[in-house]
Design a protein around this ligand. Structure first.
Ligand code: PMP
Length: 396
């Protein structure tokens, strides 16, 4: 009989020759447990998803409650489904006034697609500005605005009219013109290895978009909902986007994404043609119920209040001659080592010793540190101890 691992390799599509191949049976809080009961600290939250950790009882309760009422009833946007309505209402109550119209989708990349279509329709323009080293998803549109040619070249032709600018480089903002439909940018770049832009840059970007009439799309798919120490990452920059993108942590572990704009802009999707964006499962009632419950836990338990102190503890502990830099904001951090080879060795050793970490798509010499926001001081100390031991061990 084949083992689960062998079946996984045989029947589940593989996209690399080196999957992590970890096999977990259950997960609770910041821990994931393998078949032998060995506990692993989850220091990456399934790439920014599990902000509340695993198995939060409020989220599970909300899911069960909704399961007993109904699951899928109709494609998005036709029936009045209370989980979607309540979730959108709560999100809007927390956002600046003009971000009052929420379109729920299933994933981050789908939020990107919807937002870019909306910007094209609303402005009547077609050029899109995006950043070098950006990651916005893997469907054709999102791939078109990825800032790394290596991942794009084999899939051309992609969308035409994409202008790539350097992230955090004010001089390049001149590439935003009156032909630009939108600028899509991560408020804090994720897969580039966690890059926090300057406040002045973000202000100048907002200004340039307003001047030229280009819509500003902030991709907070990885950064929103407390990860950077604010509910929304843009709060740190004194700017507001025309369209905000979320996914990942939005569903409390269930798949849901959203593009959020003003009703004035969103109206473009219902005119000539009607049904400008369609999704069957977007805003699935069970996912929205989970998302709303997760948002309430995040706020009621004041989890965001502790993020800065937890960041400071990581920074205080992760000091070693082999660590070149710890970058980032809140619990969205990157620890830079010298090379990918060394990083990979350290990561393997960490996993062996019960701390799950990985690297970044566009930055392979840096280690991702993005634990659930509920991680405790003791757990941070334990995880950092394992990382430092791994570095020492790999230097030998
Ligand atoms: N934008 C950003 C900033 C992301 O980090 C990701 C996922 N890593 C996406 C978009 C795409 O999200 P998804 O995988 O849900 O399509």
């Amino acid at each position: 009989m084949l083992t689960l691992r062998q079946l996984f390799l045989a029947n589940n599509a593989q996209t690399t020759d080196f999957p992590l191949l970890l096999e977990f049976e259950r997960a609770k809080g910041v821990y994931m447990y393998d078949g032998n009961g060995k506990a692993y600290i989850d220091l990456i939250s399934g790439i920014g998803v599990s902000n509340l950790g695993h198995g939060n009882p409020h989220v599970i309760g909300a899911i069960k409650e909704q399961l007993d009422k109904y699951m899928h009833l109709m494609v998005y946007g036709e029936y009045v489904q209370s989980p979607q309505v309540r979730f959108a209402e709560r999100l809007v109550s927390l956002l600046p006034p003009h971000l009052n119209s929420v379109y729920f989708v299933n994933s981050g990349t789908e939020a990107v697609e919807g937002a870019m279509k909306l910007a094209k329709r609303y402005t009547g323009r077609s050029r899109i500005v995006a950043c070098h080293n950006a990651y916005h998803g893997s469907t054709h549109g999102a791939l078109s605005v990825m800032g790394n040619e290596e991942y794009k070249q084999a899939y051309r032709p992609l969308l035409p009219g994409i202008d790539l600018v350097r992230f955090n480089e004010p001089a390049d903002l001149q590439m935003i013109t009156e032909e630009t439909a939108c600028v899509i940018i991560e408020t804090v770049q994720g897969e580039a290895g966690i890059r926090v832009p300057d406040k002045a840059y973000m202000l100048a970007l907002r200004e340039r978009c307003s001047q030229t009439g280009a819509l500003l799309i902030l991709d907070e798919i990885q950064a929103a909902l407390g990860r950077t120490g604010k509910l929304f990452a843009f709060e740190d920059f004194n700017i507001v986007p025309d369209i905000l993108l979320m996914a990942k942590a939005l569903g409390g572990g269930m798949p849901v994404g959203a593009f959020i704009s003003s009703d004035k802009i969103m109206v473009a999707l219902k005119e000539n043609p009607i049904l400008g964006h369609i999704t069957t499962f977007g805003g699935h009632p069970v996912c929205c119920a989970a998302g709303l419950a997760a948002l309430e836990v995040l706020l009621n338990e004041n989890l965001i209040d502790w993020v800065d102190a937890k960041e400071a503890l990581f920074r205080q502990l992760l000091v070693h001659s082999a660590i070149r830099e710890v970058r980032g904001k809140g619990l969205m951090l990157a620890m830079e080592l010298e090379t990918f080879e060394f990083n990979k060795k350290v990561i393997d050793r960490c996993i062996e010793n019960g701390v799950v970490v990985d690297w970044f798509l566009h930055c392979s010499n840096s280690m991702r540190i993005a634990p659930p926001l509920i991680i405790t001081e003791d757990e941070i100390r334990k995880a950092c101890g394992v990382i430092l031991e791994a570095i020492d061990n790999c230097i030998k």
